[in-house]
Design a protein around this ligand. Structure first.
Ligand code: GLU
Length: 506
């Protein structure tokens, strides 16, 4: 049997990282079976929480991560429409089935009255259960009146693919609302009807839905339909403490990370492995590898902690992997624009199409070939692509001379200013002897080695001096590579400028 799964977000804002596994795992489960299908359904029946633009952001995130849906909004499919707000008649049809079976009733009780019941139960120290206050007379149901499920409390047992065998007592079953006064269904009812009609085989969602399971199971039973398999994902915990990762605590969205230069491969890799592992030590997985290795039975039952340091480490690994396996041009493409796919998915929303460029502004005045050279010597230091803005600035603009910065360096500190001047002079002499044509990394490496010998300096001292004179940055790629890319003129001009500053300071 093919696996049919869905991602069913509510358009209430961006999808934060804690919820993204509910998009990734069902995708993997669907793709693991022949002819499996991954559906994107938008659960927009809670109009009070609706946020304009949220659906576009959801689509953009999925496309960016490579989670392309087979059926759903924009794509269509046999079981549409895929916006719940457009499926009102379908929910009403199923609501009527329950009314006919005597398992749903129109509830004329006012919200104020319900509040009174609740307060009275509180005072009496009884748990509030709506079914204890069922109205004696119920009108014929028509839109405008909420429709409630008529529960038949009992012990319920079920199996969760992650949490194992579960069971609850009758006290948790209640008369939950199926259709609200505005005629739209609640999540509790709508998802059951939709998953059934869309032939979903696995529901993958957060553990927060577990407590409602007894009510859901009662509805499946009352409708006389089979339920899909349940795959409940433990919470993603904030980096510290025992709280869930949440937007309120500043959890960023996937697109925020994308805009900082996290690669989709790394985000997918990181999130898929958050609370799941295949039992090996492997840490870097491509989508194809995940499709092969993923299995529901290795999802952890306890919460997984979000660790940005690990995410960024994995991103660094992916930056290297792309450079090593696909070449500099492929990595360069990622630094200059958003993934084409996401631009493509956003045609109708051009403001989000503005190309993300991870280079310092001044870099754009230089030829592409030069930027690629810079990338090829710095890529293995990057954690996020936007590190380029800080790490490569001096390849495009002469750095400001800052003797304080130079002389506070822990190696340079050990040299007197006269020694600094003499070392810079020796370096300038040595390098001036190399012609423009011979200005290659190899020749520069040889020259630096000669200099070390001739000056009897420690590498850390001599090279820190040259490096800072060239970049005034906290670190740079290997010196011979940096000098090759900067070129002869710039290298010599910068060494001279610092030398003059040191001399003036003497
Ligand atoms: N609309 C629900 C949410 O955004 C989806 C839960 C589910 O996957 O069934 O949380």
């Amino acid at each position: 049997m093919s696996n049919i799964t869905r991602f069913a977000p509510s358009p209430t804002g961006y999808i934060h990282l804690g919820n993204l596994r509910s998009a990734i795992y069902p995708y993997l489960i669907a793709k693991q079976s022949k002819d499996g299908k991954y559906i994107l359904r938008i659960e927009d029946t809670d109009q009070a929480r609706y946020v304009a633009g949220a659906t576009d952001l959801i689509k953009e995130t999925l496309v960016w991560l490579g989670l392309n849906w087979d059926e759903g909004i924009d794509k269509g499919g046999e079981h549409g429409p895929y916006y719940q707000s457009e499926r009102r008649d379908i929910y009403h049809e199923y609501a009527r089935k329950l009314i006919e079976k005597g398992r749903a009733y129109a509830d004329p009780t006012s919200p104020e009255q319900i509040n009174e019941y609740r307060q009275a139960d509180n005072v009496a120290k009884k748990p509030f259960l709506y079914r204890n206050h069922r109205p004696a007379n119920t009108p014929t149901w028509e839109p405008g009146i909420p429709l409630r499920f008529k529960s038949e409390p009992k012990v319920v047992s079920w199996h969760d693919e992650v949490m194992g065998d579960m069971s609850t007592g009758p006290e948790v079953m209640d008369d939950i609302i199926l259709i609200k006064a505005d005629g739209l269904p609640t999540y509790n009812f709508a998802h059951i009807v939709d998953d059934y009609l869309m032939e979903v085989t696995h529901i993958v969602r957060g553990v927060e839905y577990l407590s409602s399971m007894p009510n859901y199971l009662a509805i499946y039973e009352a409708l006389g339909i089979n339920h899909p398999k349940f795959v409940s994902l433990p919470h993603v915990l904030a980096t510290t403490g025992n709280k869930k990762l949440s937007k309120r605590d500043g959890a960023k969205s996937a697109v925020d990370y994308r805009d900082d230069g996290v690669l989709p491969e790394a985000m997918l890799n990181y999130l898929a492995c958050l609370g799941w592992n295949d039992g090996t030590e492997q840490e870097i997985y491509s989508m194809d590898e995940l499709k092969k290795a993923f299995s529901i039975d290795r999802i952890q039952t306890s919460g997984a902690r979000f660790d940005e340091v690990k995410l960024l480490w994995q991103n660094g690994q992916w930056i290297r992997k792309i450079f090593d396996e696909q070449g500099c041009d492929a990595l360069y493409e990622r630094t200059i624009s958003r993934d084409r796919a996401s631009v493509e998915s956003n045609k109708e929303n051009p403001s989000r199409n503005s190309l993300i460029n991870f280079w310092p502004e001044e870099a754009m005045d230089y030829p592409e070939e030069y930027r690629k050279k810079v990338l090829s010597i710095i890529y293995d230091r990057l954690k996020v692509l936007s590190d380029l803005r800080e790490y490569t600035k001096y390849f495009f603009v002469d750095p400001e001379i800052d003797l304080e910065f130079l002389q506070s360096n822990k190696f340079i500190k050990k040299l007197s200013e006269t020694e600094q001047r003499d070392l810079l002079s020796a370096t300038i002499d040595k390098l001036s002897a190399i012609s423009d044509d011979d200005w290659t990394a190899n020749n520069l490496q040889d020259a630096l080695n000669d200099l070390l010998e001739e000056t009897s300096q420690k590498p850390a001292q001599l090279f820190s001096l040259i490096r800072i004179a060239l970049s005034y940055a906290s670190f740079s790629p290997a010196l011979h590579l940096t000098m090759e890319v900067l070129g002869r003129n710039t290298t010599l001009a910068r060494l001279n400028a610092t030398r003059s500053a040191v001399v003036n300071d003497l």
